[in-house]
Structure formats: structure tokens, C-alpha cells
Design a protein around this ligand. Structure first.
Ligand SMILES: [Zn+2]
Ligand SMILES: [Zn+2]
Ligand SMILES: [Zn+2]
Length: 157
């Protein structure tokens, strides 16, 4: 009677497309992906338009907003009025970069992207880094296996 179902429970694997790098911060483990299916939504030339101190286009909140990487609209994050989240869903623009620590979030995949190693993201990341910190982003070597890179991560917009 107590026959086992014979089902095999495989551990759920991360999406196979694209590499996955693990980053550690005090809050625990987060993953910054090096690829996502939505990179074709990234507009070129954003580096000429981006301003790290731009206010939210909807509520004009000035604090640490997010930049839509498709249409360069600037909207606030979830702890203000959530306008970037709303914009992402309405406009089907999944990718945004946060001005606080320049992390890139994909709303469709719900993961971070490693802007420093993704060619479509690097120009806008570099431009914002230069504006915000006064210096270009330091070049980063490919991580060696077993080596962990530490990045600062903010809460998703
Ligand atoms: Zn807002
Ligand atoms: Zn947009
Ligand atoms: Zn994605």
C-alpha cells in the first residue's frame, strides 16, 4: 500500500541561456545574469540622454529613480510610488537601470543583469557612472572560476 509514487524530483535549475554569476553582499546571495532575452529592448544612445539625478516623470520624486532602457523615461522605484514597475508593465519595457547603485533589473525575468559585461548595457552604465562618481567605471576582468565578485545591490524597483 505504501508504494512510493516513483516520481523524481529534480532540483529546479536556473535558466540555461546566459551565464549566471553569483554575487554576495551582506543581505545574502543575489545573482546578476550576463544575458537575458530582453536585451534587444535596450535602445542605443541612452548614454547621451541619461541623467542620474532626473526626477520621476510621473510624480517628480527626485530620489534615486530608475531609467527605462527602452524609451529613457525616468520613474521612481517601489518604495516611492512604483512608477517604473507600472511603466514596465504598461509599455512592455522590461529593463531599467537604478540610479542609486547603477544596477540593471529586468522586470520580465525578475533578475539583475551585470551591466559591466553586457555590451548593450555598458555604454549607459559607463555614462551614468562617470556622471555620478566623476570617474569612468573601472574595467573588470572576467571573473576566474571560484572567485566571487562583490556588488552592491538595491531592492528591485
Ligand atoms: Zn513616481
Ligand atoms: Zn520605457
Ligand atoms: Zn529579461
Amino acid at each position: 500500500m505504501a508504494a512510493s509514487s516513483g516520481e523524481h524530483h529534480q532540483p529546479v535549475k536556473e535558466q540555461e541561456e546566459g551565464g549566471v554569476q553569483e554575487h554576495e553582499d551582506e543581505a545574502g546571495w543575489v545573482k546578476a545574469h550576463t544575458d537575458c532575452a530582453h536585451l534587444n529592448k535596450v535602445t542605443s544612445g541612452l548614454e547621451n540622454l541619461a541623467r542620474f539625478d532626473a526626477p520621476c516623470s510621473k510624480c517628480e520624486d527626485p530620489k534615486e529613480n530608475w531609467l527605462c532602457l527602452t524609451c529613457h523615461e525616468v520613474d521612481c522605484g517601489r518604495f516611492v510610488n512604483g512608477h517604473m514597475l507600472a511603466h514596465s508593465a504598461e509599455a512592455d519595457h522590461p529593463l531599467a537601470i537604478g540610479f542609486r547603485d547603477l544596477s540593471v533589473w529586468c522586470f520580465a525575468c525578475e533578475h539583475y543583469l551585470d551591466a559591466q559585461v553586457i555590451p548593450q548595457l555598458r555604454p549607459v552604465f559607463d555614462a551614468l557612472h562617470l556622471m555620478k562618481f566623476g570617474v569612468p567605471a573601472p574595467p573588470r576582468a572576467e571573473p576566474k572560476s571560484g572567485e566571487r565578485q562583490v556588488i552592491v545591490v538595491q531592492t528591485p524597483a
